[in-house]
Design a binder for this molecule. Sequence first.
Ligand code: HEC
Ligand code: HEC
Length: 457
Amino acid sequence: MVLALFGAGCSGGAESAEPPPDQAPQPNPEAAADLARVKTEPAASAPIWLIERAGDATTTFEVSERSYNLSARNIGLAARIRFADGDETFEAFFTPETGLGPDFNGNGCNACHHNNGRQSEPVDGAYLGIGPVVHISQSGAGELELPFALPGYGTRLQTYAVDGEAEAQVNILWEQEQGEYPDGTTYQLRRPVVSVVGREGMLSVGAELSLRIPPQVAGPGLLEFVPEADIVIAADPDDTNGDGISGEVQWVVDADGIRRVGRHGWKAENFDLIHQSASALAEDMGISTSINPIGADIEVGDEELADLAFYVEALAIPAGREIDDPLVIAGANLFESIGCTRCHTPQQRTGATNTPELDDLVIYPFTDLLLHDMGPGLADNRPVYSASGSEWRTAPLWGVGLLHEVNGHISLLHDGRARSVEEAILWHGGEARPVTDAFMALTGEDRAAIIAFVESR
Ligand code: HEC
Ligand code: HEC
């Protein structure tokens, strides 16, 4: 790995170590090493997308519990000041005096997204702690509709209360299941069984429950700026190209009734980070904004909310690693040849944004931002807008290899059931079934290569 000093020259990179003064008037001194790092091209035998700078010039090479925590490396002083303002709200712990409650799931963004990272799966047999969240609804909502609120509970359970008894207590039991590869190697999977005891008594028959873990928040920012047209054109809802894979756009409807492309969250149910954040403030903390007013007071004002969303938008993307490792190269080639890239699209781009530093970046998130039917094994049977009960957004893979470094665990998939990349792959059913079968038919060595590749992102 070559580390050049800032200003020492940069071979072959799109980002020069010495940008013209008008483009970067106030470089971030702390980002110097990241910016100046010589860009390493993929090895000749690797796919062209096996690169380090997953987030283009925003990329950080930090490998520590701070990997998801740094500002985009290329942003100037004005944006860094706004980033710091948003960070204050992200790190804040709300109290009843600042609007928390009466019911809540967590008392701050950082309570659930610790170190901007991911929460681990719920503990077997214990009541649900801070982090994982249960979305809830009454069945019946139609196409392009928000789920129907369950009377007495709304669309999200709150498992804590400022005073007195919580709205609900959620208990998770893990059911184990065995499987075997064609070569005889065995594996074990587990799925959560969710049970809820509500303050209002028994939940109505047919209540739809969906357990979700909080994902890391370094990543959604740049995905916000992938142009809608790029997502829509990649969709193939009727599988006209006959590859067995039919990516579908998550059309959500905004407050003015306009259809927008959903992109954030496990079912892509939020179309931008202002709404994602306002929904967390309202539904997980009981905090009022102009988007989700609760009562008369607005507890987080528009400017503070916009700065909070900007904070997430302007987080650095962690670099891909080990691009010269023969195992990672072999795994990347297999990832493409057996069909993982049909959903986990390696490359996207950002369009025009309100922050020049984030415009026109070439990024490597490994997602098409589309919904796919993942089969009954992963289904939550709770439709949201265009997403059926078995459809999920292709999870981006950038940064997943650093989950352990940041949070000390690897809990993958929407409910954290997978304890490893291997388990995550084995759960892929539905449209992904032929690809999973191809994975299972590989030799142990080739399977290990794919896993090593994913862990290097
Ligand atoms: C009680 C826990 C909890 C709190 C508090 C919380 N979140 Fe989340 N967050 C989640 C969960 C769970 C998800 C996954 C949502 C889904 O799809 O179901 C999520 C998703 C997200 C995403 C989308 C990630 C992606 O990959 O698309 C962003 C961004 C985010 N949260 C930001 C925030 C911000 C900003 C705050 C503070 C205002 C916040 N969250 C507070 C639990 C929480
Ligand atoms: C048909 C589309 C599709 C194909 C093909 C596919 N995936 Fe996925 N992948 C998804 C979706 C959708 C999710 C999210 C599922 C969920 O959370 O329940 C996902 C999740 C994952 C995750 C977990 C990510 C996280 O943040 O928790 C990993 C790892 C992963 N896929 C790897 C692979 C690999 C490796 C292959 C090829 C063997 C592959 N996928 C093929 C659609 C696909």
